[in-house]
Design a protein around this ligand. Structure first.
Ligand code: PLP
Length: 379
């Protein structure tokens, strides 16, 4: 552990497998298929493990679909690649059709534009339309796919019954970090609006945002709801969580570079909220720091900040039992989902390394980044 250079994201294999087992329990008991949303967690060096439990991946476009095909399907030959984009481009559609088992269109326009091409290239592909049930209790607007003027999914008003000749299923995605009650609310509106179209469909995809692996999630109720739905409509169900797969499976380890005072204690770290923990500023939320409390809860309070020139590159105010010193380690908990899939080289700061803590306790450095990663994105 002492040998690992910081900053680094450390994914704990055992914790990841615990989540996968919970998700698999839901699959076994409910009969639903669960696929990984790569958008939230794409540490592909863990996919040998993930593919033992989950039935495939959902991709947001060509590159994620390629990653799923190359790094997930090699470990599970029955794994499915589902691809959904708000809009496809001519230059990508052929390759997407070739490597996807399901393609999900966002609007009847897009479906009509590409369906013949897609079917010609891949006659076995499943075709879906993403609908927008226009109901959601998502906690924040930037993560609410069903808010006012949403571009994500087809509303009932924009639904074109002609698409029913071509589709095998419907998708919706309306949740964000939510419990099963929120799903229940969305489902009841979704059924009211769209159940009349289920007759010839093979499946419904309930999207992501199900916080299944969080303590307190009502797993038995989820299982019950899925089973009821499957039986009522004689239809298959998919769930496609991202966050629930990577939830609490590891941390971001950083080092204190400097400590001083400017009206309060300040510590500068070798990581960055802006570049390495982007959701802490975008959502925003406060990341937990190991062995620390909120400001003034413990004896020594510090404002923790990142090593970029952005004034707002601040993780927050945290208190500790002892004063912080240069070279101390600071650990941000739960930094595996929506972190390295989104991070940047803003300010030319080094990207955190990717590390896996194996089940036998050994820390394995999977990937280290350097100057070339910064330079290669520019020219
Ligand atoms: C983001 C997204 C997911 C995954 O959401 P989580 O909150 O990470 O579970 C699934 N499906 C779609 C369409 C998405 O946009």
């Amino acid at each position: 552990m002492r040998d690992l250079n910081t900053p680094c994201y450390i994914c704990e294999e055992e914790l990841l497998e615990n989540n996968l087992k919970v998700l698999d329990y839901v699959q076994q008991k409910s009969g639903a298929k669960i696929i990984l949303a790569l958008k939230g967690f794409a540490m592909w060096s863990t996919f040998e493990l993930v593919a033992k439990y989950l039935k495939g991946c959902t991709a947001s476009g060509l590159y994620e679909a390629k990653l799923a095909r190359e790094e997930f399907c090699t470990y599970n030959e029955n794994a499915e690649v589902h691809t959904y984009s708000p809009a496809y481009k001519d230059e990508d559609i052929e390759e997407i059709a070739k490597i996807s088992d399901h393609i999900v269109f966002n609007s009847p326009n897009q479906l009509q534009k590409y369906i013949w091409k897609v079917k010609e290239i891949n006659p076995n592909i499943h075709i879906s339309l993403r609908v927008n049930p226009e109901v959601s209790s998502s906690p924040v607007d930037i993560y609410n796919p069903c808010g006012l003027y949403s571009r994500l999914g087809t509303t009932l008003e924009n639904f074109d019954e002609k698409v029913l000749e071509s589709i095998d299923g419907l998708n919706f995605h309306a949740l964000c970090e939510q419990n099963v009650d929120a799903l229940e609310e969305v489902l009841s509106v979704f059924e009211d609006k769209f159940a009349k179209y289920f007759v010839n469909l093979k499946y419904i995809n309930f999207g992501g945002g199900h916080h299944i692996t969080k303590k307190g999630y009502n797993i038995e109720k989820l299982i019950w709801i899925i089973k009821e739905f499957r039986i009522k409509y004689n239809i298959d169900i998919y769930l496609e969580p991202g966050e629930a797969v990577g939830w609490e499976t590891g941390y971001l380890k950083s080092t204190v570079l400097d400590v001083f005072q400017n009206g309060m204690n300040i510590a500068i770290l070798d990581t960055s909220a802006e570049a390495h923990m982007p959701d802490t500023l975008a959502m925003p939320y406060r990341a937990e720091v190991r062995n620390a409390g909120i400001a003034n809860e413990k004896k020594y309070t510090y404002r923790l900040g990142g090593n970029t020139c952005l004034a707002g590159d601040i993780m927050g105010d945290y208190s500790f039992d002892a004063p912080l010193h240069v070279d101390d380690t600071i650990i941000f908990e739960d930094q595996i989902h929506y972190t390295f899939v989104k991070n940047t080289t803003f300010n030319g700061v080094k990207l955190p390394s990717l590390v896996i803590k194996r089940k036998n306790g050994v820390f394995e450095l999977i990937k280290e980044f350097g100057y070339e990663d910064y330079k290669n994105r520019l020219s």
